[in-house]
Design a protein around this ligand. Sequence first.
Ligand code: GDP
Ligand code: FE
Ligand code: FE
Length: 203
Amino acid sequence: MNNVELTYTNKYIPLSREELIEKLKKALTQSRFEHVLRVEQMAIELAKKNDVDVEKASVAGLCHDYAKQRPDDNFIELIKKYRLDDILLQYGNAIWHGEVGYLLVQNELGVTDIDILNSIKHHTTGAKYMSKLEQIVYMADYIEMGRDFPGVEEARDITFNDLADGVAYQTKHTLQFLISSNKPVYPKTIDTYNEWVNGSNIK
Ligand code: GDP
Ligand code: FE
Ligand code: FE
């Protein structure tokens, strides 16, 4: 499950891919670590299909859930330290690990590329504006080969046919899920819906 052959140039992260993988292994549970390897692989495939830099896709895919296992206190401190929007305090790890966690990728792993950082920041909720890389990480997380939910095959087909349609499909289905389970919807998720699903013809 680790058959990616890539030598990093150090343009995006001051680590080799092997060093990054060692850090991720320490930061994550085994199952989460295996998930990030699958997200990397899917992000690379989508990058090739959509003319996006494969090394950026690899770094972003590997780092997207870097903060997933941090305790809540860690995120609350960061929200206060960086004076982030107070509304974040009404949510939890599901929103914080991307929306706040990208700062840990910047501070601890040394990633400075804003496109990679934004793709980590927006990987859970999407955003009104998403670069190709951001769309790729958002979709790779949803359709990586370990995902097994009703509709995942359809989501893969749609995404490989048209990346933006994939974004619309995921956004619509995630919002339907949140509403059906009476969960709070983060405002950025609604912005994503209005930009990407409104007027789209996906089912
Ligand atoms: P993972 O980190 O690989 O498990 O995947 P994600 O980062 O995409 O999602 C983490 C969780 O956030 C999932 O359970 C989503 O359903 C949930 N989620 C996505 N958008 C929202 C939102 O607007 N509000 C809330 N409360 N949860 C959300
Ligand atoms: Fe995540
Ligand atoms: Fe993930």
